[in-house]
Ligand binder design. Structure first.
Ligand SMILES: [Zn+2]
Length: 257
């Protein structure tokens, strides 16, 4: 990847990250992601164009609203930078295949949105998981390394296994442990990554979740805090997208398959 393709891709990614901030903030509230223009959440004043430049505005305004002085969350520039970084990552993964890079980028950005929204609201919007499930199945038709059979099987195994976990939890504890949103998210992830990576994603997400559980206990909690599993599934899926083949090779090799 030369800098001639990397630079515009990164700048495009920053702008897409800026749009993703709007999606993360508004979608769970049921508000339009197109209108009205972005405003300061504290004073409600509509932002001027120069206050809306990804990353740069945050740095120049020193993280504060120009009129009311309210602090702007550093999450906004972080999501913008991730948007830029994911654009480079997608190009790197798919090499000289622009259609593939666009697919991979869409998947990564959807995972980022899901992780943030689930963290904030404990919900995973169907508006993301269902269209992306369809997109994952479409991706399998143009990606011979995945293939439609593995994609469909991955969606069924992914959604099915989390549905079973939820049903078992409900039986044993009498409470909802796994939401329907998690089931649909894992079906979506299975469609994108294929059958072989369903188990690695769930194992890795549980590992991330347990790391978080451990850190909660260190802070004096009882470790049983209900966590948003989607916020761990999404980064696990991202990791498996990038190094899934290496993970698969490792664990198949271990068992001599
Ligand atoms: Zn303000």
């Amino acid at each position: 990847m030369s800098w001639i393709t990397a630079m515009p891709a990164f700048v495009f990614g920053l702008a897409a990250g800026s749009f993703l901030n709007v999606v993360i903030y508004r979608l769970p509230l049921g508000r339009s992601v197109v209108r009205p223009r972005s405003a300061c959440p504290a004073c409600g004043r509509t932002l001027r164009w120069f206050e809306n430049v990804p990353v740069l505005s945050f740095v120049l305004l020193r993280g504060r609203c120009r009129s009311c002085g309210a602090a702007i969350s550093p999450r906004y520039p972080v999501v913008e930078l991730l948007g830029g970084f994911f654009a480079l990552l997608a190009l790197w993964i798919r090499g000289g295949d622009p259609v593939g890079a666009a697919f991979v980028y869409t998947f990564l950005m959807a995972l980022l949105a899901v992780a943030m929204i689930d963290w904030d609201h404990r919900i995973i919007p169907d508006e993301i998981s269902l269209p992306l499930l369809a997109a994952g199945l479409a991706w399998s038709l143009v990606n011979p390394a995945l293939g439609p059979l593995s994609s469909v099987a991955g969606a069924l195994a992914g959604g099915g296994s989390l549905w079973l976990v939820g049903a078992a939890y409900r039986r044993l504890r009498g409470v909802e442990g796994m939401g329907g949103g998690d089931v649909k998210l894992m079906a979506m992830i299975g469609a994108w990554l294929g059958l072989g990576l369903v188990l690695p994603v769930i194992v890795l997400a549980s590992f991330f979740g347990s790391l978080y559980g451990v850190s909660l206990m260190r802070r004096g909690g009882d470790g049983r805090t209900e966590v948003a599993f989607g916020s761990f599934l999404a980064p696990a899926a991202g990791v498996c997208l990038v190094c899934g083949q290496a993970i698969l090779g490792w664990y198949l090799g271990r068992f001599g398959i």
